[in-house]
Design a protein around this ligand. Structure first.
Ligand code: BES
Ligand code: ZN
Length: 464
């Protein structure tokens, strides 16, 4: 195993403090894409990223979309024949609520016990920023990069990347590349660098049930008028069978079996159900029977309630028959499930099971395709060597239960392989209070990515 090149390593060490304080400036911007009142902040984050790319020595442009802007940084001065790599990340973050559960305020980054606490520290500002700093290090120390780089940062990942697929289609020429590299995921365990081989897809819905024209006295009317909260509960209860399988007819039709060698690989990972249960703090585990926890998380589709709203939920008791009820429901998808087809099946199913006397409507909110890759070829060899150099340990291949909607679009539209190499850790509290990123992983991540560019250029020169 080789070491991180001395000049790059020294740059990261000597500039560690400045790099940290710049990261804190980015983390302090509340770029919450789900909330329109934060639109000015989200735009400010886009400008901030563009400024940071420019300062690193890339040509930065900000592209308007119907939603949040897309920021593109370009370096195209690599030697003839060098490959072009597209780096993708997102500068938007999830809402920080409930605020009272944060130990320190979400947009006032602070370091405790080797962790950077802030909303977006790991998902994904910290990981996006370490890519910018890896590029900066090459350009500052050596005056050049061994590969061409396009860095694309979007501001709508956390709300389903609804405008990104069409941006990628429209900018196919600008984004043409030989490989895509993304750091927006986690390592399997501390000290264990990881390369992702799969992501689940997503189909997200809102289900509204409308009963009487307005709230009613539950004594004067209850018993004769259908209660929309109960109607919604009955609808939701039809979505799983007793084995924990999704009971929407046709839901599994497109599901492909996972390759035996990938399932075998999964069994070699250090994982104990009991540790997992303890980490999430639940009294027990559940889900689809007949599958291990990792299989449930990575290889099987789901249907989950993400939110429920109806009736009186304040202090004390109020005897009311609510006029309406609402649920946010999402399905995680696996290859080859198609979000559009799942939308169709869900709408049909709800129509079939909705009790009479209330009107149920299903509104699709967003979706993304699942992704799975065979990890071979020069890109993955380069990643293995770069991670081994920075972390002192060969990476493991893992799967992921979460989604990054654009990954399938990159592959389809740009025809380039995608490498997902993330530096988060289990328990990082992404999307939750007290989100953190490990300082050690931030430091090693920057170095791994800086080495990756060298490894990719070497590989491509010798193999093409
Ligand atoms: N960084 C995550 C994706 C992810 C989640 C990677 C968990 C590894 C582990 C990303 O920012 C995310 O949260 N994606 C959303 C996408 C959705 C809003 C379309 C998700 O998975 O919920
Ligand atoms: Zn996220």
């Amino acid at each position: 195993m080789t070491d991180v090149p001395r000049d790059l390593d020294r740059y990261f060490s000597e500039n560690a403090e400045r790099i940290r304080s710049e990261l804190f400036d980015l983390l302090a911007i509340p770029s919450v894409s789900a909330r329109s009142e934060h639109d000015p902040d989200t735009r400010r984050a886009a400008q901030w990223i563009a400024g940071s790319l420019g300062a690193a020595g890339l040509k930065a442009t900000v592209h308007e979309t119907p939603g949040q802007p897309v920021v593109v940084g370009e370096y195209r001065d690599a030697p003839a024949g060098a490959p072009t790599v597209l780096v993708y990340g997102h500068y938007d973050v999830q809402p920080a609520e409930p605020l009272e559960l944060w130990t320190s305020p979400p947009f006032e980054p602070s370091v405790r016990d080797g962790r950077i606490y802030a909303r977006g520290s790991v998902d994904d500002k910290g990981q996006l920023f370490l890519h910018i700093k890896a590029l900066e290090a090459h350009l500052a120390v050596r005056g050049k990069l061994p590969i061409n780089v396009i860095l694309l940062a979007e501001g709508e990942e956390e709300v389903g990347s609804v405008n990104l697929a069409s941006f990628v289609e429209a900018q196919k020429q600008l984004l043409r590349c030989d490989a895509v590299v993304i750091s927006d995921s986690a390592m399997f365990a501390p000290g264990l660098p990881s390369v992702l081989s799969s992501l689940r897809g997503l189909a997200y819905f809102q289900i509204d049930v409308q009963g009487p024209a307005q709230d009613l006295h539950s004594g004067s009317y209850g018993g004769a008028v259908v209660n929309p909260a109960m109607a919604l509960a009955r609808i939701l209860a039809t979505m799983h069978d007793a084995q924990g399988r999704v009971a929407i007819p046709g839901f599994y039709d497109a599901v492909r079996d996972w390759p035996a060698h990938v399932r075998e690989q999964m069994r070699t990972l250090p994982f104990r159900d009991e540790d997992f249960r303890a980490e999430v703090g639940a009294p027990g585990l559940g889900g689809e029977s007949g599958y291990s926890v990792l299989e449930q998380l990575w290889t099987r589709p789901t249907c989950e309630v993400n939110g429920l709203l109806s009736g009186y939920t304040g202090e004390g008791a109020k005897t009311v028959l609510p006029a309406k009820a609402m649920a946010k429901v999402s399905c995680r998808l696996v290859p080859d499930q198609d979000p559009a087809e799942i939308e169709r099946l869900m709408a049909e199913h709800v129509r079939r099971v909705a009790p009479p006397g209330a009107t149920a409507t299903v509104t699709p909110l967003h979706g993304g395709r699942p992704w799975r890759a065979e990890l071979d070829g020069p890109l993955y060899d380069a990643a293995r060597r770069a991670l081994a150099t920075a972390f002192g340990r060969e990476p493991v291949i893992t799967g992921e239960g979460g989604s990054i909607p654009v990954v399938g679009d990159f592959e389809r539209v740009l025809g380039a392989p995608v490498l997902l190499v993330g530096f988060g850790l289990p328990g990082e509290n992404a999307h939750a209070p007290d989100e953190w990123m490990s300082v050690e992983n931030f430091e090693k991540g920057m170095r791994a990515i800086a080495v990756l560019w060298e490894e990719i250029s070497g590989d491509y020169h010798s193999q093409y």
